[in-house]
Design a protein around this ligand. Structure first.
Ligand code: ATR
Length: 283
């Protein structure tokens, strides 16, 4: 029940109508008995006014989505090192008027691997894509000690700039390979961060002739619409370990909710929320 003590959370973006976050966070509030409410804020572009509004109205926290994840950064009082590396903030916490920016996309990625028992440390990883989602993944791979990281992107210049940026910020050397040559190597883990396979183009696999490729142990797809992408189906048919995109989406939300409310969500509450979230996304 909303009272005078209820804290306000929300999501800032534009468009915002299709976001699943309001459902997830209001369900988490219920499952964890936390006195918060989470609403969508369709934001006009002025981030100065938006951040002033958050402070003025004592909004406890917000998620930030397209197109503001980078734009909001310079209006915050503090940004975590990982958010600064990735160049995007998807979570803001209001600490008595001080706005702190976090990136929980990379946490979501890491947690989804951990919970599915896929180890990163020392592993040889191929990342398809070099856009916003790839940045969170690549910096997480570096942070958690991946051995050899290779990026393959259709536009190779974008992969090269990400490679240079990663070296400048972390000192880690990563490789770049032509998209069409990516499957000439062998990898422990392959991660799709591109939009290939996303609805409506559901028959597209991550790489051409992916169905003929066998030199990998685990395949992770960030695409969650559909749940089982063409690439996930191929990897499953080869009895590889697979993780689909819904997990990253779910765990980035878990991490944000824990940050705002200074709590650790129990495994029981998390399982209930996970089932409800999946039902909502795939209803
Ligand atoms: P996101 O924030 O989801 O990562 P993005 O920043 O627009 O979105 O990045 C989309 C990624 O999907 C890019 O790596 C893009 O490749 P380009 O850099 O060459 O554009 C990749 N992508 C999209 N459509 C693709 C396609 N048909 N074939 C190969 N890669 C594709």
């Amino acid at each position: 029940m909303i009272s005078g003590k209820t804290k306000l959370l929300g999501i800032i973006g534009n468009p915002i109508e299709h976001s699943f976050s309001p459902f997830l966070h209001n369900d988490l509030a219920l499952q964890t008995n936390t006195d918060v409410i989470y609403v969508p804020f369709k934001a006009a572009g002025d981030m100065q006014k938006v951040t002033d509004g958050l402070r003025t109205l004592s909004v406890k926290g917000v998620n930030v989505t397209v197109p503001y994840k980078s734009k909001i950064m310079s209006y915050l009082d503090e940004v975590t090192e990982m958010a600064s590396f990735i160049g995007a903030v998807n979570t803001v916490k209001n600490e008595n008027g001080k706005l702190i920016g976090y990136n929980t996309d990379y946490v979501g990625f890491y947690q989804s691997l951990k919970r599915n028992q896929v180890e990163i440390e020392g592993k040889k990883v191929l990342v398809a894509g070099a856009g916003g989602a790839a940045r969170a993944v690549v910096f997480a791979l570096v942070k958690y000690g991946a051995g050899e990281i290779t990026i393959a992107n259709r536009t190779i210049s974008k992969a090269n700039s990400l490679k240079e940026e990663v070296f400048k910020k972390t000192g880690k050397h990563i490789g770049v390979i032509e998209f069409s040559n990516a499957l000439n190597g062998a990898y422990d883990i392959i991660i799709n961060t591109t939009t290939l396979g996303m609805h409506p183009d559901v028959n597209a696999a991550v790489f051409p002739k992916f169905e003929e490729f066998d030199r990998y142990d685990a395949f992770i797809d960030l695409v969650y619409n559909p749940l089982d992408t063409a690439s996930i189906k191929i990897a499953k048919s080869k009895e590889k370990k697979t993780i689909n995109g819904i997990d990253m989406l779910f765990y980035q939300g878990i991490s944000a909710f824990e940050i705002w409310n200074d709590i650790k969500i129990s495994d029981e509450a998390m399982s209930r929320a996970y089932e409800n979230f999946k039902d909502k996304v795939y209803k």
